[in-house]
Design a protein around this ligand. Structure first.
Ligand code: BG6
Length: 484
């Protein structure tokens, strides 16, 4: 099966921070892949803008190197690459001064879709927005794209929203959470709302509990200074895990349209109960045989910041009252694995003898790696010897089920950038959503900060601190294994 590609309208995309790490690793290689697949028209223009003094030729060399490093060899064909590089140009721009803005204004075409990607720190968002307005570069339908961290807490997020709102309407602002661009995250909505099978059971009456895990094997080396001010709660839970939780728990929207979906997500966030300190376990990775500890990576021997967090969360509404949601995320763990596991209740009455081994159904939706789903069902163990029950997986790895072509799905960033050009905000966070997420997060962080709680040390390559296991054991449950 070959994936269908629908080209987008011609556009001008200005990338502020075009020489930075995100542009080099994700944005520019992603745009090339969309170009290679025929989705980005040849008349589109990508304009790099940053502080460095470069000309077009130097920028093209920079982009070519990035594409060769981050795009599979199969797609790096000279002809396609040359045609893509033709779409690129560069303007040195001073975000805090006057340099380069006139030149930029002269380049951006008024009669195509205009998008401005702020791939820079949030402290520059206001300066960029003001200058785009002052130099009349952004037309009335222009879109701006901003990255996390969107604020450090509720107050700073409100300030950022207010700053952007001075010159742009909400329907022009695209706040990226790249987890929403992941293939399986969208599949979660298809599975829930495109099938009759799951939705009737998707509530506290039938669901025992839900686990959401985003485990990483990498540490924070190289980003220690940023990370130490954030920790896993701000870096991952407030945004990525929160979005996964919303899509898992929300009511069916009346249609698949940006505001209908985001209204439902917002209701989930607003229904979250405050979290009791006993329901939170924070950790910090220790040094390994040849790897540094969190404290060394963060270059802060007294740091109380967590590189791991696990928590039990409740959603106070009719659908979910009584179902526990467990969230966990951490660095330097045993395996890189992100998944959502829905554990159903056991049948109300067993007709089999008590030692036959019956257990409960489990649906797991794997975001990465090996995107796919598996549903564990109970069957009779084959063979003679009476009625013994076992759990078997009905396993569907998308790559196997759909073939390599379709499994070679666009990376989150490239999908989201195409959505910006198409003007589709469904997979972007609305301002009120971000604020609601901070409103829930802030008191939790304040509470452990006040108590000066020290995170539990854990071994690199493990499943996190022992207490994270106990968090489930005390409820008679266990985490799904972290598998590669
Ligand atoms: C980023 C976080 O938003 O997401 C990083 O800042 C984290 O700390 C990354 O490593 C994880 O993304 P992915 O797509 O690799 O799961």
């Amino acid at each position: 099966m070959v994936a269908r590609v629908i080209p987008v309208d011609p556009f001008d995309l200005v990338i502020f921070g075009a020489t930075g790490d995100l542009a080099r690793r994700k944005i520019l290689p992603g745009l090339y892949r969309r170009f290679y697949d025929g989705q980005m028209p040849e008349s589109a223009r990508i304009i790099g803008a940053a502080r460095s003094n470069m000309d077009d030729a130097e920028f093209r060399t920079f982009v070519e190197d990035a594409v060769r490093e981050f795009v599979s060899k199969r797609k790096c064909e000279a002809k396609a690459l040359d045609a893509f590089l033709e779409c690129l140009s560069y303007v040195p721009v001073d975000a805090l001064g006057t340099g380069g803005w006139k030149e930029l204004a002269a380049k951006v075409r008024p009669d195509v879709v205009q998008a401005f990607y702020f791939s820079v720190g949030p402290s520059l968002f206001g300066d960029l927005a003001n200058r785009l307005h002052k130099h009349k570069i952004a037309g009335p339908d222009a879109r701006i794209v901003v990255e996390k961290p969107f604020g450090h807490n509720l107050d700073t997020a409100r300030d950022l929203n207010a700053t952007l709102a001075k010159h742009f309407n909400e329907d022009q602002i695209y706040r990226i959470d790249h987890y929403l661009g992941k293939e399986t995250v969208q599949n979660l909505m298809a599975v829930r709302f495109g099938n009759m099978l799951f939705e009737p059971l998707w509530n506290a009456q039938y669901v025992d509990h839900i686990q959401i895990t985003v485990a990483e094997t990498v540490g924070v080396d190289g980003r220690g200074a940023y990370y130490d001010k954030s920790g896993a709660m701000r870096d991952m839970v407030q945004n990525h895990l929160m979005q996964l939780l919303c899509l898992t728990a929300m009511e069916p929207p009346s249609k698949f349209d940006p505001d209908a979906v985001r209204d439902e997500k917002l209701k989930v966030i607003r229904a979250l109960d405050p979290v009791h300190p006993d329901d939170i376990v924070r950790g910090q990775y220790k040094a390994g045989d040849d790897s540094a500890s969190y404290l060394e990576d963060a270059e802060n021997p007294d740091s109380l910041t967590e590189s791991f967090i696990a928590m039990r969360v409740h959603i106070a509404n009719w659908r979910w009252n009584g179902t526990d949601f467990y969230l966990r995320t951490g660095k330097k763990m045993k395996a890189r694995m992100s998944e959502i596991v829905v554990r159903f209740k056991e049948p109300p009455h067993s007709i089999f003898e008590s030692d036959t081994g019956q257990s409960a159904n489990e649906l797991s939706i794997r975001l990465q790696p090996n995107e796919g789903m598996d549903l564990r069902v109970t069957i009779k163990e084959p063979g003679p010897g009476g009625m013994r029950l076992i759990d078997v997986p009905l396993d569907m790895t998308f790559a196997e089920a759909l073939g390599e072509e379709v499994a070679d799905v666009p990376d989150a960033y490239e999908r989201l950038i195409m959505d910006v050009i198409r003007g589709n905000q469904t997979l972007f966070m609305r301002g009120d959503e971000v604020e609601a997420a901070w409103a829930w997060t802030d008191p939790i962080i304040d509470s452990w900060t006040r108590r000066e709680d020290r995170p539990h040390p854990y071994d690199p390559g493990s499943t996190g601190p022992e207490d994270a296991l106990i968090l489930l054991h005390r409820d008679g449950r266990r985490w799904r294994d972290l598998r590669k």
